[in-house]
Design a protein around this ligand. Structure first.
Ligand SMILES: [Zn+2]
Length: 144
């Protein structure tokens, strides 16, 4: 996953806790992590301390960063900065090739061109403290 370092990240930062911190730190290095349970094989996102299928202890796995838009909305009104100056923007739930779904902003695509089923790839924007914030964009040539 590409890490964009020349785009200032002005939005509120995620609150790190022991369960989620590895996800944000890995995104800062260009790795999109999901959890996989070694006991039953289930994957899950968002990060949790236990497997929601069997109660086992999940491990981190680097995901492909590829997925498709499962559903989305276009945000056209927002009163507060910095979101206000980004209007209109797309927020999507992306189904990863690994089967889990992630919520994120979809960029590099006109709002009217966003579709369910659109093939997307993850990238990260470097933020304060060495973490990365994952975003989504339409796949570029070369990604399958
Ligand atoms: Zn499990």
């Amino acid at each position: 996953m590409e890490v964009v370092r020349d785009r200032p990240y002005a939005r509120p930062l995620p609150e790190l806790d022991p369960t989620s911190e590895p996800f944000w730190r890995a995104a800062g290095r260009g790795e999109l992590l999901v959890q996989r349970c070694p006991a039953c094989g289930e994957r899950q996102f968002y990060p949790r301390p236990v497997c929601t299928a069997c109660g086992g202890t999940p491990e981190w796995e680097v995901a492909s960063g590829l997925g498709v838009v499962h559903t989305f909305t276009i945000v056209r009104q927002y009163g507060a900065e910095p979101f206000r100056s980004e209007l209109p923007y797309a927020v999507a739930i992306v189904e990863l090739d690994e089967g889990v779904r992630m919520l994120g902003n979809l960029t590099d695509c006109a709002p009217d061109e966003v579709r369910i089923g659109l093939e997307v790839e993850a990238y990260a924007v470097a933020a304060e403290g060495g973490i990365g914030i994952p975003f989504w964009r339409p796949r570029r040539s070369g990604a399958k």
